[in-house]
Design a protein around this ligand. Structure first.
Ligand code: HXC
Length: 257
């Protein structure tokens, strides 16, 4: 395969996917996105993988869709390729995804980070949706997810000007969970992934789904969704184990069942 470096089991239950097109600042060409989504779908089926970290390198998480590849495309090419439907597959993944971002996370790179469930940023991370500067707008969720994450006024300013914003701003505005020194951002993401991977996996998946519903449903519907998943978890061995272990004052042993 071409544009990814994959390490399964880098920590217990954790897989790491490293975007690897450094000469183009990890610009997301179609082959890379196809490889990434295929890899994620494969990991979704592997029971031993319970959390996935996506990263780039220190200089760039990803500097956006590959401008050179799409520059001469027509609207009909875009429509027929419908490349962004690939991104919807990432949205539907049940397993938790953590983005470990250093350097540029721009355009499609920022959108990829926002498709992940949690973003850990290095002090050097720079986020932005600079599409306006090349005559387009975000196409893989930026206008929607950035607005939900940092609020309409800020999203407007940054999407209409294409300016970048810093890791520290992203943290203050709630886009990223935390900012850590550049030597530690990947370590921190892996540590968090390992911690999540040590939790009962069905509960993790249902919790992820329920939190994501908060973006999509009314409060009434969201509460209903949450409650049904809560009740459903009482069908799992892990619920029995978790509650018994608590009462017996011992650590639980999860089965993922
Ligand atoms: C193709 C890219 C690229 C991109 C960088 N490169 N970003 N190639 N597509 N998005 C290439 C450069 O052409 C250059 O190759 C090499 O990577 C290094 O980049 P430089 O520009 O020389 O580095 P620097 O001067 O440090 O500037 C870094 C930068 C700048 C500020 C990140 O590269 C930049 O503005 N990139 C474009 C960012 C952008 O507009 N992203 C949004 C894309 S549209 P050569 O061969 O010249 O050395 C988008 C739509 C989303 O994402 C739709 C959903 C997927």
């Amino acid at each position: 395969m071409g544009f990814l470096i994959i390490e399964k089991g880098i920590r217990p239950g954790v897989a790491l996917i490293r975007l690897n097109r450094p000469e183009s600042l990890n610009a997301l060409n179609r082959a890379l996105v196809a490889e990434l989504t295929d890899t994620l779908l494969e990991m979704e089926r592997e029971e031993a993988i319970r959390a996935i970290v996506i990263t780039g390198n220190e200089r760039a998480f990803a500097a956006g869709a590959d401008i050179k590849e799409m520059a001469e495309d027509s609207a009909v090419d875009m429509l027929l390729l419908d490349q962004f439907q690939r991104w919807d597959q990432i949205k539907r993944l049940k397993k938790p995804l953590i983005a470990a971002v250093s350097g540029y996370a721009l355009g499609g790179g920022c959108e990829l980070a926002m498709l992940c469930d949690i973003i850990i940023a290095s002090e050097t991370a720079q986020f932005g949706q600079p599409e306006i500067k090349i005559g387009v707008i975000p196409g893989a969720g930026g206008t929607q997810r950035l607005t939900r994450a940092i609020g309409k006024a800020r999203a407007m300013e940054y999407i209409l000007t294409g300016k970048f914003f810093s890791a520290q701003q992203a943290e203050a505005w709630g886009l990223v969970t935390r900012v850590v020194p550049v030597e530690l951002y990947l370590e921190e993401a892996l540590r968090l992934a390992e911690e999540i991977a040590s939790m009962p996996p069905i509960a993790v998946q249902l919790a992820k789904q329920a939190v994501n519903k908060a973006y999509e449903l009314s409060l009434e519907e969201g509460l209903h969704f949450e409650r049904r998943n809560f009740y459903l978890l009482f069908a799992t061995a892990d619920q029995k184990e978790g509650m018994r272990a608590f009462m017996e004052k011992r650590p639980p042993k999860w089965q993922g069942r």
